[in-house]
Design a protein around this ligand. Structure first.
Ligand code: UTP
Length: 293
């Protein structure tokens, strides 16, 4: 049996980014560059490569440059055309034509669960993917596509999961899982930011999920949880207990762009594979490494 195809995606990008201050004071952390593209462009490209047609980005005050990035800049495009810089021009046009992108503002920063709830009318009665705006995942097979396939196979909400360290798990979420097949698990319980005695396993939700529209009835009544925020994990726990969920231990490398070390790791690793700078950057790093103790 095959379930409904996932066509819509939501990218929450309205967080305050307090862990990466001061860069996120006037600039959205989702616009932090990894070599030559802002983080959110990698995420939009992953959604498009996964077959998503319509994308809703949840923004807030001060995040207008996200909208500008995916829009035309006529004056710049005319100049590139006149000066024969066709390659760059084609790249800019490609970005503008990536997908149908819609925007809505989360008027108060009440948490990820609240941000997703803002997508209710956009989503309607369909399953949808959520790609966290500060989690960039790079791999051959797009992580979002891996989750969509699991949704289409099992008809249950899906979370992207990976094992993290005992030190990280108390800052993330922790899941109770049973192996179904290959890298797919049945999820039977979850908890956000557990104290060490409440940890269910080292599997944590990292950056991606696919949800059925029934999540909105749950979110409507989800009370603030860890950190006083309306937590998506709390709503997904209720969904798990009601309908069940699956977890996909996705392939691909995940970079946490909401954290300073994550930004540096993404920059280095992507630069080392970037056709324009890889060679020069590698030579530079080798020289630099000699000077490190
Ligand atoms: P995070 O908890 O990582 O983002 O949310 P944050 O709140 O910006 O982080 P810190 O702790 O202050 O540094 C994961 C994703 O959910 C979005 C964020 O933009 C991020 O992409 N988010 C979070 C919202 O859209 N709205 C919120 O109210 C909270």
């Amino acid at each position: 049996m095959s379930f409904k195809k996932v066509r819509k995606a939501v990218i929450p990008a309205a967080g305050l980014g307090t862990r990466v201050l001061p860069i996120s004071k006037a600039m959205p952390k989702e616009m932090i560059p990894i070599v030559d593209k802002p983080a959110i462009q990698y995420i939009v490209e992953e959604a498009v490569a996964s077959g998503i047609e319509d994308i809703l980005i949840i923004t807030n005050r001060g995040k207008g440059i996200i909208e500008d990035h995916f829009d035309h800049v006529i004056e710049l495009e005319e100049r590139l055309e006149k000066t024969g810089k066709t390659e760059v021009l084609e790249e800019l046009n490609r970005i503008t034509g990536l997908a149908n992108i819609y925007y809505i503002r989360q008027k108060e920063t009440k948490g990820l669960g609240h941000a997703v709830y803002c997508a209710k009318s956009f989503v309607g009665d369909e399953p949808f993917a959520v790609l966290y705006g500060d989690d960039v995942i790079i791999g051959e097979d797009p992580a979002c596509a891996q989750l969509c396939r699991a949704y289409e196979e099992y008809g249950l909400g899906v979370v992207g999961i990976k094992e993290v360290t005992p030190e990280q798990i108390t800052r993330y979420s922790s899941l109770k899982v049973e192996l179904l097949k290959d890298n797919i698990y049945s999820v039977t319980d979850m908890i956000e930011k557990p104290t060490p005695d409440k940890v269910l396993s080292l599997f944590s939700i990292l950056g991606r999920c696919v949800l059925p529209p029934s999540i909105f009835d749950i979110l409507e009544n989800t009370k603030p949880g860890a950190g006083g925020e309306i937590q998506l994990t709390d709503a997904m726990r209720e969904l798990t207990l009601k309908e069940g969920m699956t977890g996909v231990d996705f392939t691909g490398v995940r970079y946490d762009m909401g954290n300073k070390l994550g930004i540096l790791q993404a920059t280095c690793e992507v630069a080392l594979k970037h056709p324009e700078v890889a060679e020069g950057f590698k030579a530079y790093l080798k020289e630099l490494a000699k000077k490190l103790d």
